[in-house]
Design a protein around this ligand. Structure first.
Ligand SMILES: [Cu+2]
Length: 121
C-alpha cells in the first residue's frame, strides 16, 4: 500500500569539495507545522529542518489526509541545505500527516511523520 506522491527537487549544485565533515544521518530537529499543531489556515506552509545537510534530490515528502489520500505539495526553495520546504494549498479542515524520507550526506536514509490539524475557519 505504499503510495508515493513525493516531489523531488532538482539539485542545481551539489557541494563538492569542502571539508569531509563527519555528517550524521538526518534527524528532524524542527518542523512547521510542529507535530500535533493546529493550523488556522487552508494554506499550509511546511518546513522540515534537520540536523545535517540533506540530499534534496533524494528526499520525498508526502501529505496525506485522515483517509490516507495523498494531497499535492508544491515545493519551495530553501536557502538552508538542511531544510525541506513545501506548501499545500486549499487544504480542507481535518487531520493530516506529513510523511518524510530524507537522505543525509552520510548516505543514511531516515523517515518519520508529523501530524497536524487544519482547524475549521
Ligand atoms: Cu547516518
Amino acid at each position: 500500500m505504499a503510495r508515493f506522491l513525493g516531489w523531488t527537487v532538482p539539485v542545481a549544485s551539489m557541494l563538492l569539495g569542502g571539508s569531509p565533515a563527519a555528517f550524521a544521518h538526518a534527524a528532524l530537529v524542527h518542523s512547521i507545522p510542529a507535530d500535533q499543531a493546529i493550523v488556522h489556515s487552508h494554506q499550509v506552509d511546511i518546513a522540515l529542518d534537520y540536523n545535517s545537510r540533506i540530499e534534496v534530490s533524494r528526499c520525498t515528502v508526502t501529505l496525506t489526509d485522515a483517509a490516507g489520500k495523498a494531497f499535492p505539495l508544491q515545493m519551495e526553495r530553501s536557502a538552508k541545505p538542511s531544510e525541506l520546504k513545501a506548501v499545500a494549498h486549499n487544504v480542507a479542515s481535518g487531520t493530516y500527516q506529513i510523511h518524510w524520507q530524507v537522505l543525509a550526506s552520510d548516505g543514511h536514509i531516515t523517515r518519520g511523520d508529523v501530524a497536524f490539524t487544519v482547524a475549521a475557519q
